[in-house]
Structures are given as C-alpha cells and as structure tokens.
Design a protein. Structure first.
Length: 152
C-alpha cells in the first residue's frame, strides 16, 4: 500500500475529528467555546487533504517529479473547498444553522477559510515529505520518482 504512514495519519486525524465533533455537539462545546470551531475546521482540512493526497498517490495521479507540487496543490484545493462547501450545506439541511442568522455568511466563510488553512498545512507537510524522498531517488531518472513516492 503506497504511503501507509500517510494513510494512517490522515485516517486517525479524521477519526479524531469525528469523535471531537460528536462530543462537541453532545456537550454543547461549540456554543460554550466559540473558538472551538476554528481548530476543528483546520484539523479537518488537514486530515481530509492528507487523505486526498494519499488517494492521489495510490491511484498514481501524482506519480512523477514533473509537476507533482502543482498536482498536489490542485488536489488539496479542490478536495477541501468542495468538502467545506458541502459541510456548510449539510449544516443548513440539518438546521444546525440558518441563512437567517445574521452572522451565517461570515461564519461559513471563516469555516471554509480555516479548512483551507488546514489543507495548506497538509500540502506543505506532503511536499516536504516528498522532497526528502526525492533526494533519495536519482532525479536524473524520473521513473525512480514514482517508485519513491509510492513506497514508504
């Protein structure tokens, strides 16, 4: 399995966010600690981005040294942006929030922004990790890069 460590980290982060979200709702932590929403979105953006980047490696979307940073950035941006928007729609559908709420658009925009911050952090972690692995591969032979990316 390519990048087993990347999968395990992203999976554990997503599980952590699910558990934290559950207890935050159950114990009204989001209302008692208004700031809690910020780290939750940042951590969720980080975990989802790592999972998307791992999946991109697994299906070999990111498979060579030429343009892998651009591909990784694009994967991260699209994944986090789409999931963050769907999450905001989900909150509307389950009536967790309302369009009539005066601060809805500000809060939704900040949630999406914070998710993207987590995604950028994941992207930087990913390319730093991949850059270190590139030094091991023979850069003159880009085929080795695909092998380096897919083994961990």
């Amino acid at each position: 399995m390519p990048n087993k460590k990347l999968f395990i980290i992203s999976f554990l982060i997503i599980i952590f966010i699910v558990v934290l979200h559950y207890f935050s709702l159950k114990n009204s932590w989001y209302w008692n600690y208004r700031w809690l929403d910020i780290p939750v979105h940042i951590i969720a953006g980080f975990g989802v981005s790592l999972m998307a980047l791992w999946l991109s490696l697994k299906i070999r979307h990111i498979d060579n040294i030429y343009g892998y940073k651009k591909k990784a950035l694009l994967v991260m941006l699209i994944t986090v942006f789409i999931l963050a928007i769907f999450w905001e729609i989900y909150e509307l559908v389950i009536k967790f929030t309302s369009l009539n709420n005066i601060s809805y658009w500000k809060d939704a925009s900040l949630d999406i922004f914070n998710s993207l911050v987590g995604g950028v952090i994941a992207f930087l972690y990913f390319i730093r990790n991949k850059k270190a692995k590139c030094l091991v591969a023979d850069i003159k032979h880009p085929k080795n890069f695909a092998v380096t990316l897919s083994t961990n």
